[in-house]
Design a binder for this molecule. Structure first.
Ligand code: CP
Length: 432
């Protein structure tokens, strides 16, 4: 089975580090034609790419790869799962496991997963495998999307949620819980309120373990889907991530999603980060130092939201992590900290992407990301959540060593999914 043309083209653009405008110019076709080849197949405007274009693009990418091979760049070694392994174990605990090269390889696999995530195809590559979803802290997205991703690859899921209904409430240790679960299931996703706890689970088993969020530590799969969303949106807008301005807003002290995301973004070059937080909720120094050590980035910190988001390419908002506040007296953001339609109108650009890892606190006093942006096509929050499925499928496929089997395993679905999932989805929602 040939690689789907959308996957083929997106991979070529990533390998060549070209925007859609630059790529269409490089291969000598109109941007409109390229856009139509990149649409999902059920779209009205989808067109089949001519075979001669595929051959030409393959030649350009191969020539580029040859140049790279004979340059000083370090050569790739081994499978992706071996390259991101920790102590020879196939686990995903931190974004520190990735390089720019390996993260983009994961995104290539996520692209391959898109027809399954969009319910056009099914696959059974994980048939017989069982996932243990251990969530000792509240979750909707991470728990359900990891479960759905495993099921869509043919596996099945066993869940336990909260301490109350686990034997940890009877004093069982992390070591014992992890060793026992390793005898029941083939992979585990764990969320736990203490930083470093998921690494303890991982040390007590040899099955794949994924960090679904450890206290205010990390949330690597969220950061991966966020970066994938940014690259996808930038591709649509004709922008490159290198050199972009990213405003990260809110509770940067306890927000684990932003800890992972800024480290992952730092793999790119020449970014401007504006870190906007209320006093007392600033980004931890060790993360700022880690980012500052690479990529010629500019990092600015401010308590002034208007100044921080002005002209940004991405505004990434976060909720106050009230469940983690210690001595701080903050109950929610003040109104001057709310990102809403009026503020976006004044300080954002027509191409700014507005993101949030969700959940957003929609209660009036919280002043979290406003619902009055719901119909604004720049709001990418539900495109983010949708991208959680292909990214998490790619993570499982890599950790369980089946990523090369997926393409050949796909067959058509037998039911009819809706063309638009949400009533407010923007017209381009279905685009790559
Ligand atoms: N973004 C995120 O982690 O959401 P949940 O808490 O619902 O899993």
């Amino acid at each position: 089975m040939a690689v789907a043309q959308q996957v083929f083209l997106r991979d070529a653009m990533r390998k060549l580090n070209l925007t859609r405008d630059m790529f269409s110019a490089r291969i000598g076709v109109k941007r409109r034609a390229l856009d139509s080849w990149l649409l999902p197949e059920p779209s009205h405007d989808f067109r089949v790419m001519p075979e001669v274009v595929r051959r030409f693009v393959t030649e350009i990418v191969e020539n580029e790869a040859l140049l790279e091979k004979y340059s000083d760049a370090a050569p790739r070694r081994g499978s992706l799962r071996d390259r991101i392994a920790i102590n020879d174990k196939h686990q995903l605990l931190s974004v520190d496991q990735f390089t720019r090269d390996s993260v983009e390889e994961l995104f290539y696999i996520a692209d391959i997963m898109q027809p399954i995530a969009r319910r056009q195809k099914v696959s059974r590559v994980l048939e017989g495998a069982v996932l243990g979803n251990l969530f000792f802290e509240a979750s909707t997205r991470t728990r359900v999307s990891f479960g759905a991703a495993f099921c869509r690859l043919g596996g099945s899921v066993c869940d336990t949620t909260g301490f109350t209904f686990s034997s940890m409430a009877k004093g069982e240790s992390i070591y014992d819980t992890s060793r026992v679960m390793g005898g029941y299931v083939d992979a585990m996703v764990i969320r736990h309120p203490e930083q470093g706890s998921v690494a303890e689970f991982a040390a007590a088993t040899n099955i794949p373990v994924v960090n679904g969020g450890d206290g205010s530590g990390e949330h690597p799969s969220q950061a991966l889907l966020d970066l994938y969303t940014i690259l996808t949106e930038f591709s649509r807008l004709g922008k490159l991530l290198d050199g972009a301005h990213i405003a990260v807003v809110g509770d940067l002290k306890y927000g684990r999603t932003v800890h992972s995301l800024v480290k992952l973004l730092a793999l790119y070059r020449g970014l401007k980060f504006t870190l906007v937080s209320p006093k007392g909720l600033e980004m931890p120094t060790e993360i700022i130092e880690a980012v500052a050590q690479q990529g010629n980035h500019v990092i600015e910190q401010t308590n002034n939201l208007e100044q921080g988001i002005t002209g940004a390419d991405v505004i990434y908002a976060t909720r106050v992590q009230k469940e983690r506040l210690q001595s701080e007296q903050i109950r929610g953001y003040g109104p001057e900290f709310q990102i809403n339609a009026a503020m976006i109108e004044r300080f954002a650009t027509p191409d700014t992407i507005i993101m949030h890892p969700l959940p957003r606190d929609s209660r009036p006093m919280a002043n979290d990301l406003s619902v009055d942006l719901n119909k604004d096509p720049r709001l990418a929050i539900f495109r983010q959540t949708d991208n959680g499925i292909p990214i998490r499928m790619a993570i499982f496929a890599v950790l369980m060593g089946v990523e090369t089997l997926v393409q050949h395993s796909m067959r058509d679905v037998t039911w009819s999914p809706p063309t638009h999932i949400g009533p407010d989805d923007a017209i381009f929602h279905g685009m790559d």
